[in-house]
Design a protein around this ligand. Structure first.
Ligand SMILES: Nc1nc2c(c(=O)[nH]1)N=C([C@H](O)[C@H](O)COP(=O)(O)OP(=O)(O)OP(=O)(O)O)CN2
Ligand SMILES: [Zn+2]
Length: 149
């Protein structure tokens, strides 16, 4: 059985070598769809009876390890020195420095890596992260999946 929880957050970014608009500092209302696979809990009287995992727990973990860290942050590539230095000069600015250019593809991959570890730590083999879909705009998204490279 697959279940999916959607969360949204706002963040700034730029793609420094982009050939057009996206090299400028700008932001998006990102949406994250987290898909988990597992068996439906059948234990009589269990808190999660009838569920793979409580949607509210999917959200709570995602917020703790990822979404609250990225929400209203500027996501910047560590090699984008001019912007890294600019943001460092702003007192207490919320900045997330990434080892990769913050495209939808890379953000989906990073989200998958972080979330996979978090759900695995708390739920072991009972369920597993299957896919993270990261919408940069309503029309543009990237999927990071367990099977894809
Ligand atoms: N493969 C990718 N291509 C592009 C990415 C990306 O992450 N992966 N990112 C961008 C820019 O960040 C840009 O913000 C995309 O948004 P937008 O300019 O709004 O894109 P569109 O013009 O295609 O969107 P419309 O829905 O047509 O307005 C660029 N490319
Ligand atoms: Zn963008």
């Amino acid at each position: 059985m697959l279940i999916t929880r959607r969360l949204e957050f706002d963040a700034g970014h730029r793609i420094p070598n982009h050939g057009s608009q996206c090299r400028h500092l700008h932001g998006h209302r990102y949406a994250l769809e987290i898909t988990l696979a597992g068996a439906i809990v059948a234990t009589e009287g269990a808190r999660e009876q009838g569920m793979v995992m409580d949607f509210s727990d999917v959200k709570a973990i995602a917020r703790e390890v990822l979404v609250d860290r990225w929400d209203h942050a500027f996501l910047v590539y560590e090699g984008d020195r001019v912007v890294v230095d600019l943001l460092a000069a702003l007192p207490e600015h919320k900045t997330v420095v990434l080892p990769v250019v913050p495209t939808a593809e890379h953000l989906a991959e990073e989200a998958f890596r972080v979330l996979d570890a978090a759900y695995r730590e708390r739920y072991g083999g009972r369920l597993g992260l299957q896919r993270v879909r990261l919408y940069e705009t309503p029309n543009n998204w990237a999927d990071a999946t367990r099977a894809a490279d």
